[in-house]
Design a protein around this ligand. Structure first.
Ligand code: TEU
Ligand code: CA
Length: 600
């Protein structure tokens, strides 16, 4: 232990060199260190899952190996070298367990076996072996807020009121012929389904084929821990926990009534104190025994909530996957289907709040897209004239922030949103339910389709574009969902061989990040926060300082470091343009130009 400023009369501060990183404790909030006002802080512990990058696979759409039009496990195995080559360390695969596929596998009927469409347990064993041989890790999707209604537990649960599985789910009597309460499902309509057999309703926050498991029942929690142990024994290296923030519900499941915070009932099931208790128990019972990556999908969290989930001292999860920045282009009513134009200042505010909010403890995921969101270059960049430039710019901004990088399949080659011309082309249950719901309320088909084309999850679920051959090389049969018509120009084969491609840029960027502890752990600070066109920030540690500068628009713009950093002397670590118009402290930025400078 080394005392720091030991003559200071008000503060007791010291370093501790005992852990891998230096730690700095300080007991007075206003303590002044080297004339910089800093808050009491403890530097974070190093972890492999903070330093590596994640690649997310949506198995149904990744690669079909047996010509039935559906992606599968052997398809994934055949493409692992491609992922490794990109510089990936962890692969998160969306659910591949037995499922009637009401929500593409997020409705599980057997947690211990592989979905028929995807192959066998033997195929899975070959896959994980190869993942490990290539030095990567497998993160599995743990979907335990709900199961499928075709799971054995639910089948028994619905049989009678007094069977041992009844309390595995939430059953309630109707309220004068109405649903037991006023909660809404995420996927349109009420969150309750009436079941004739016992004349009661069951709760489903998602589709009616996804009944919510009752976590207040210790037997349910034990079942979940056993499932986790089963897969840990088979070699998985971590868990992505689906809607884990919703596992606890207010006792008695009361209605929200008026004056509600959320119109759909979230105050009774999102991020309740009980959810933290369950996760602490899960940590004691399972997680603490292994060196795993854990990421909780947590909607509607603030950085303070995220610290409750991920501060080391809390012993819950490793990192959160939060959604605040996914709402920046929502319309005023926060309906995901009606977007307002993207505004950089709003986006920055959210990103920055999270960067600074978790600067001392807790850990975040860095993502812009996944299987529930539209394609990032279409949403935040320009998927036409500046597709390459803007895709690279977005990656530069994202992966030089603090957190674990996530690449969603196809993002690394700049895949774009599709055009769906009729409801029959959609496959997603959320989109189909929305269509039916709005139709029944009298909206015009044309208007609903327009909204779906802006926000449907199917945009990210079109098949991975491997090459320019039929069906983008994804399948030899008719694919389960249509291929984006731009596959002849945009595909992996082209991207891998083109030195200037988005893919090769991602590769370089992920490598730079992984090799710099400053980019992984260094402190984040906004630079000229009020700039409406440029997103700039620094990452600093005691040895290095990086400055990221991103023009978010197609219009050229100017940026100045105002005598702070002489850009003509700084090293450009990576950029999406070869030549830069730099003069001393100033730079003229081209459309979507982005650079990372090493200024110290
Ligand atoms: O998503 C949870 C979630 O919060 C969704 O409501 C999300 O906001 C929505 O998909 C956006 O349109 C998880 C999975 O990622 C999703 O694919 C599943 O459908 C859902 O849980 C149910 O398991
Ligand atoms: Ca197949």
């Amino acid at each position: 232990m080394f005392l720091f400023k030991h003559k200071d009369k008000k503060t007791f501060a010291f370093y501790n060199n005992g852990s891998i990183m230096n730690m700095f404790y300080c007991c007075n909030k206003g303590f002044n260190m080297n004339d910089t006002f800093i808050k009491a802080r403890v530097k974070m512990q190093r972890k492999w899952w903070k330093e590596g990058s994640v690649y997310q696979i949506y198995p149904r759409s990744f690669m079909d190996s047996n010509g039935d039009g559906i992606g599968d496990i052997n398809g994934i195995t055949s493409k692992l070298e491609y992922i490794k080559e990109l510089g990936i360390d962890m692969i998160w695969i969306s659910p591949y367990f037995k499922s009637p596929n009401d929500d593409n596998g997020y409705d599980i009927s057997d947690y211990r076996d592989i979905m028929d469409d995807f192959g066998t347990l033997q195929d899975w064993e070959k896959m994980i072996q190869k993942i490990h041989d290539l030095g990567m890790k497998l993160i599995m999707d743990l979907v335990v807020n709900h199961s499928s209604d075709e799971h054995e537990w639910f089948k028994k649960s619905r049989e009678s009121k007094d069977n041992p599985y009844r309390d595995y789910y939430y059953w309630k009597k109707g309220n004068g012929g109405q649903e037991p309460n006023d909660w809404l499902s995420y996927f349109s309509g009420t969150a309750w389904e009436y079941d004739k057999q016992t004349e009661e309703y069951f709760l489903h926050l998602f589709t009616k084929k996804q009944p919510d498991l009752n976590w207040s029942n210790p037997k349910v929690r034990r079942e979940v821990y056993d499932i986790m142990e089963y897969w840990i024994e088979k070699g998985v290296d971590g868990f992505r926990m689906d809607v884990i923030g919703a596992i606890a519900k207010t006792d008695g499941l009361p209605s929200i009534g008026d004056g509600r915070k959320y119109k759909w009932g979230g105050e009774h099931f999102l991020n309740l104190p009980k959810a933290h208790e369950y996760l602490q128990e899960m940590n004691r019972e399972v997680l603490s025994k292994y060196d795993l990556m854990t990421v909780g999908e947590t909607g509607d969290v603030t950085p303070d909530d995220a610290k409750l989930y991920t501060a080391e001292s809390r012993k819950e999860l490793g990192m959160v996957f939060q959604f605040e920045h996914m709402g920046v282009d929502d319309n005023k009513k926060h309906e995901k289907w009606l977007k307002s134009p993207f505004k950089l200042t709003k986006f920055k505010k959210s990103m920055s709040t999270w960067q600074t909010g978790l600067s001392d403890e807790g850990w975040n995921s860095l993502y812009l897209g996944n299987h529930d969101q539209v394609r990032i270059v279409s949403r935040f960049g320009d998927d036409k004239k500046y597709r390459k430039e803007s895709a690279k710019m977005l990656a530069t901004m994202l992966y030089t922030q603090k957190g674990t990088p996530y690449v969603y399949q196809g993002e690394e080659i700049g895949m774009t949103n599709s055009i769906f011309s009729s409801i029959d082309e959609y496959r997603d249950v959320e989109s189909k339910n929305y269509f039916a719901d709005r139709k029944s309320k009298g909206d015009k088909t044309k208007d609903i389709l327009k909204r779906l084309n802006t926000a449907s999850r199917d945009h990210s679920r079109t098949p991975m574009q491997w090459d320019g051959s039929a069906n983008a090389g994804f399948t030899s049969a008719t694919p389960w969902i249509k291929v984006n018509s731009d596959y002849k120009q945009i595909n992996a084969q082209q991207a891998v061989s083109d030195e200037d491609s988005i893919y090769n840029y991602y590769k370089k960027l992920l490598k730079i990040r992984k090799e710099s502890m400053c980019l992984v752990y260094g402190e984040y600070e906004d630079f000229e926060f009020k700039n409406q066109k440029v997103y700039a920030f620094t990452r600093k540690d005691s040895d290095n300082t990086y400055l990221t500068v991103c023009n978010f628009y197609a219009k050229p713009t100017r940026f100045s470091t105002k005598d702070k950093y002489d850009l003509s002397k700084a090293q450009v670590v990576i950029s999406n343009y070869d030549n830069h118009d730099i003069k001393d402290y100033k730079i003229k930025l081209k459309p979507f130009e982005s650079l990372v400078f090493k200024v110290k």
